[in-house]
Design a protein around this ligand. Structure first.
Ligand code: NAD
Length: 448
C-alpha cells in the first residue's frame, strides 16, 4: 500500500512546451500567468512525466503531445423566436494508432479548443489503458444547453453534426455523451449522419437510446465502473466499504448513479454537490429521495433531508472516499492540503491538477486517476459499437459482468505496475497507456 502512496522521485521533463515544440501546432492563447494550470497544461505535464519514465524520444513525445486532426466549426442556430445565433464548436482527434478515434461531445458555455485537446488526449490514454481498440477524440460546443428549448437543441445538434460530418464515422471517430449532452443528443446525431449516408448507421455514436441500438447498461456504465474501482481502492487502503463514508461532487450522469451504487454497496454517502450548491447529512443522504428532488427542482439545493453547505466545502469533508464527478481542475494547490478523504476516485476527467496530485500524495491520500476510474463508459461504449456493428445485442447481465471484469483487471494491472516501480497510480496508469500507444505507433511506422 505504501508504495503506491509514496511520492515518485523520478526526474522528468516538466511540460511538453518546455520540450521546445509546443508552439509548432498550438495557436491557442496561453494563460497570462504561466502558473495557472489548464486542462491542457495538466495533460501535457502528465504525458511528459510518462515519456520521461519510458525514455521515449523527443520525436515520439511530440507526436503524442499533438492532436492528429482538429476541426473548428461555426454553428448557426435559428432560435424559436426567429432570430439567429452563432456558436463555436470543435472536434479534436488526438490519436488513431490503435483504432478509430473515440470520445464524448460536451455542451458547456466555457468549452474551448485547449480544453477539448486535453480531453481528447486523456481519451487516447483511457482507451489504451483499458485495451479497447480506439484512439482518443473529444468534441465540444460552447453553448449552455439549459438556455435552449428541445427544438433549438435538436437544430444545433444536427447542424454541428453536419459540420463535423467529413471527419466522423463508425470506422473513423465515434462520439458519445459528455457534460450537457445525453442519449437524445446521440439519437439526433445518429439520425443526421444516417440521413446523409442514405442508410441507418447505428455504429456512428454510442450512448444511444436502447431502442435505437444502444447497449444495455451504457447509461450507468461510468458510474458502475467508478463504484467497482472505489470499492477496490477502499479495500486496498484497509477500509471496509460498509463502514466507510463518501462525498460526491456533481449529481449528473456520472455522480448521481455513482452515489446510488455506492449506497447499494453499503457506503454511507454524507455529502453531494452540484454547480448550484451542496448538501450534507452525517447519518447518510437518501440518494433516491435526493434524485427525486433534483428531477423536480433541477438542483440538490433545498433538499429537505440534509443541511446546506458551501459547494467548495464538499471537497474538504472528513470522509473516507471523495468522488469528484463534475468538471476539471477542482482539486488544486489551494484546497488539496485540506482534502479530508483518504481515497479520491476521479469520476470526472481531469479534476486534479498536478500540484494537487503532489500535495495529496505527500499527505498519503490515494488518488485513483480518471483514465482508470471513469473508464466504464468507454468500455460499454465499445461493447455498444461491437453490438451495433454485429447487429447482435447482449443481455444486461452480460454487459455488467464484462464491465466489472475489465475494470478490476485494469485496476490490478495499474496497481501491480505502480507497486513494482514505486509510482503513483496516475503515473503508472499514464505510463502503461502511453507505452501501448507508442508501441502501436512504432509498429505501424511512419508513412511515407
Ligand atoms: P453532466 O452534465 O450529466 O453532470 C455534471 C454535474 O456536475 C451536474 O450535476 C452539474 O451541476 C455539476 N457541476 C458542474 N460544475 C460543477 C461545480 N463547479 N461544482 C460542483 N458540481 C458541478 O455530466 P457527466 O456526464 O456526469 O460528466 C461529469 C464528468 O464526468 C465530466 O468530467 C465528464 O467528462 C466525465 N465523464 C463522463 C462520462 C459519461 O459517460 N457521461 C464518462 C467518463 C467521464
Amino acid at each position: 500500500m505504501t508504495d503506491v502512496l509514496a511520492a515518485t522521485t523520478m526526474s522528468t521533463a516538466t511540460d511538453a512546451s518546455q520540450a521546445g515544440f509546443e508552439t509548432a501546432t498550438s495557436s491557442a492563447p496561453q494563460p497570462a500567468d504561466a502558473h495557472v494550470a489548464t486542462p491542457l497544461s495538466d495533460a501535457r505535464s502528465q504525458l511528459a512525466e510518462a515519456v520521461g519514465l519510458l525514455g521515449l524520444t523527443d520525436g515520439l513525445h511530440q507526436m503524442l503531445a499533438t492532436p492528429r486532426r482538429e476541426l473548428s466549426v461555426a454553428v448557426p442556430l435559428r432560435m424559436d423566436s426567429g432570430e439567429s445565433r452563432l456558436y463555436l464548436g470543435y472536434r479534436v482527434q488526438h490519436n488513431f494508432s490503435r483504432g478509430p478515434a473515440k470520445g464524448g461531445l460536451r455542451y458547456a458555455p466555457n468549452v474551448n479548443l485547449d480544453e477539448v485537446r486535453a480531453l481528447a488526449m486523456w481519451m487516447t490514454w483511457k482507451c489504451a489503458l483499458l485495451d479497447v481498440p480506439y484512439g482518443g477524440a473529444k468534441g465540444g460546443l460552447a453553448i449552455d444547453p439549459r438556455e435552449h428549448s428541445m427544438a433549438e437543441l435538436e437544430r444545433v445538434t444536427r447542424r454541428y453534426t453536419s459540420e463535423i460530418l467529413p471527419i466522423i464515422g463508425p470506422e473513423r471517430d465515434i462520439p458519445a455523451p459528455d457534460i450537457g449532452t445525453d442519449e437524445q443528443t446521440m439519437a439526433w446525431m445518429m439520425d443526421t449522419y444516417s440521413v446523409n449516408s442514405g442508410y441507418t448507421v447505428p455504429g456512428i455514436v454510442t450512448g444511444k437510446p436502447i431502442s435505437l441500438g444502444g447497449s444495455q447498461g451504457r447509461a450507468s456504465a461510468t458510474s458502475r465502473g467508478v463504484t467497482h474501482i472505489a470499492l477496490a481502492a477502499l479495500r486496498h487502503v484497509g477500509l471496509e466499504p460498509s463502514r466507510s463514508t463518501a462525498a460526491v461532487q456533481g449529481f449528473g450522469k456520472v455522480g448521481a448513479d455513482a452515489a446510488r451504487f455506492l449506497v447499494e454497496a453499503s457506503v454511507t454517502v454524507t455529502g453531494v454537490s452540484d454547480q448550484y450548491g451542496a448538501v450534507f447529512n452525517a447519518a447518510g443522504l437518501d440518494i433516491e429521495a435526493l434524485g427525486d428532488h433534483v428531477r423536480a427542482t433541477g438542483s440538490v439545493v433545498g433538499f429537505a433531508g440534509a443541511e446546506p453547505i458551501e459547494g467548495a466545502d464538499l471537497l474538504t469533508l472528513e470522509v473516507d472516499l471523495l468522488v469528484p464527478a463534475a468538471v476539471e481542475g477542482v482539486l488544486h494547490d489551494g484546497n488539496a492540503g485540506r482534502v479530508g478523504a483518504k481515497v479520491v476516485v476521479e469520476g470526472a476527467n481531469g479534476p486534479t491538477t498536478p500540484a494537487a496530485d503532489r500535495i495529496m500524495r505527500e499527505r498519503g491520500i490515494l488518488v485513483v486517476p480518471d483514465i482508470l476510474a471513469n473508464a466504464g463508459g468507454v468500455i460499454v461504449s465499445y461493447f455498444e459499437w461491437v453490438q451495433a456493428n454485429q447487429a447482435y445485442w447482449w443481455r444486461a447481465d452480460e454487459v455488467e459482468s464484462r464491465l466489472e471484469e475489465r475494470m478490476l483487471s485494469a485496476w490490478q494491472c495499474v496497481l501491480g505496475y505502480a507497486v513494482a516501480r514505486g509510482l503513483s497510480l496516475r503515473t503508472a496508469a499514464t505510463a502503461l497507456a502511453v507505452e501501448r500507444v507508442a508501441e502501436a505507433h512504432k509498429l505501424r511506422g511512419l508513412y511515407p
